[in-house]
Ligand binder design. Structure first.
Ligand code: BGC
Length: 460
């Protein structure tokens, strides 16, 4: 069990490091390699495109060659991408490195939650998948740490080189882990499946589990091989819609725009030097993100997915609206030094509340639900689709946030994010089922037999 947690953690760490590292590396890269604005944008955002493509391919691959091998390939790609970035003589090779890294991150972002959900006992499943999100936040924190420590030198190559470590560790970690028993049974390797269950659950629980899995997979087998068409079929459309909706809302409510924009906001609040801003980002954003994720880890299997999501969304809406109001105040009182600082401080507090609210709700719980709401036969592919949509929305926000700020102003942009949180609240309240305490098999039966019973559970 510890091992499953360990490799899931590594996968998240690698995802997070990659999200965070570029913010510190970019200014050094620009100076050293003489990057144009367009080249800087490409170097920053093409990793997301690599991840988008990786996520799309990963689901089919995880169903074909297994969860374990897919994760090993993810680790190798990630390490190879980091090596290419480290030795890059110019923007071209660097971009290649970013895309290869992105492919690895895309693979890992599909395979790790899938593996964790399939390997975890049901009473701990939420916690296992949330471990992945916890690791993402730790990865972002490490990246901010590396950025902070290495800024002031031209050691951007070292920032990228450090990413080789989690990449290699992921590949080695998965090489010694057992394959998912659900997948092994699906491809007809019963002995191996039992071996895997014994390793994870012990011999007694293993036989019981094996019987349940087998019955389930037999029932599926009579329906034939899952196809892409089936992922989009009417019976599954509702589950697909819920997963894809959650994946999109997680990004378009602004998390990465805010992680990216933190330095600027701290500058407004009176942190004048680059060093002070980097430290504020490290602790107020990086550390708060890590700590608040622990709340989800502790509570997701006790209180359930829906209460955490709904409570977090209230916090996100209120804090985003507060950021909007304080930006509006900042711009009208720009002449007065004192008001600027007070308004700026309110912005910082609101920002911390936002990060904390996201970190115990939309961050971890979205990945948990995406990993558990789909039936076995299509789970790999359906998770791929949802994850790819998540990357696409991350790309769009990263690419257009500054343009949006230029066009409609900071204040209106934050009000827009707040409004999208309200839409997300309604979406969760009306459509997202509670999955706490149900086995993956029960969840699947409920969707197929009629989404209405899931909605009963949702209390609607
Ligand atoms: C999101 C990432 C985000 C991170 C922040 C994750 O759940 O998918 O895009 O950067 O949370 O902690």
């Amino acid at each position: 069990m510890l091992g499953v947690g360990g490799v899931t953690f590594l996968a998240g760490l690698l995802f997070g490091y990659d999200q965070g590292v570029i913010s510190g590396a970019l200014p050094l890269l620009q100076a050293d390699l003489d990057l144009s604005t367009l080249e800087s944008e490409i170097v920053t955002s093409w990793v997301t495109l690599g991840a988008l493509f990786g996520a799309l391919v990963a689901g089919g691959m995880a169903d074909r060659i297994g969860r374990r091998w897919s994760a090993i390939i993810a680790g190798i790609l990630f390490a190879a991408g980091a090596v290419i970035e480290t030795v890059a003589p110019g923007a071209g090779v660097l971009t290649l490195g970013r895309v290869v890294t992105g492919l690895g991150v895309g693979f890992a972002s599909v395979v790790a939650p899938l593996y964790a959900a399939e390997m975890a006992p049901k009473r701990l499943r939420g916690r296992f998948v949330s471990t992945y999100q916890f690791a993402i936040t730790v990865g972002i924190f490490f990246a901010y740490l590396a950025d902070d420590a290495l800024t002031g030198s031209d050691r951007w190559r070292l920032m990228f080189a450090l990413a080789v470590i989690p990449g290699v560790a992921l590949a080695v970690g998965f090489a010694i882990m057992p394959e998912s028993a659900r997948w092994l049974l699906k491809v007809g390797r019963r002995d191996k499946a039992r071996e895997s269950l014994v390793k994870v659950d012990g011999p007694e629980a293993a036989d019981e589990e094996l019987a349940t899995l087998e019955a389930n997979i037999e029932a599926e087998a009579t329906e034939g091989e899952a196809t892409w068409g089936e992922v989009f079929s009417p019976g599954l459309r509702r589950a697909l819609w819920v997963g894809v909706g959650l994946a999109a809302f997680q990004q378009i409510t602004g998390i990465n725009a805010i992680i990216y924009y933190a330095n600027e906001i701290f500058a407004e609040a009176g942190f004048t030097t680059a060093q002070a801003q980097a430290k504020a980002t490290l602790y107020a954003v990086g550390l708060v993100n890590v700590l608040a994720t622990l709340i989800a880890l502790a509570w997701v299997d006790r209180f359930g997915r829906r209460p955490l999501l709904l409570a977090g969304l209230v916090g996100m809406t209120v804090s985003l609206a507060a950021v909007g109001v304080s930006f509006a105040t900042l711009s009208t009182t720009a002449e007065s030094e004192t008001s600027t600082t007070v308004g700026g401080l309110i912005t910082v507090i609101a920002l911390v509340v936002f990060i904390a609210s996201f970190a115990f709700s939309m961050g971890p719980v979205v990945w948990t639900l995406i990993a558990e709401i789909y039936p076995n036969r299509v789970r790999g592919r359906a998770i791929s689709v949802a994850t790819a949509v998540n990357w696409l929305c991350a790309f769009l926000v990263a690419q257009f946030f500054l343009t949006l700020v230029d066009a409609i102003g900071e204040s209106t942009t934050f009000f827009l994010f707040a409004a999208l949180c309200v839409v997300t609240y309604v979406f969760v309240w009306r459509l997202v089922p509670e999955t706490k305490g149900h086995s993956l098999e029960e969840i699947q039966t409920r969707w197929v037999r009629g989404g209405d019973r899931m909605l009963d559970d949702a209390g609607v």
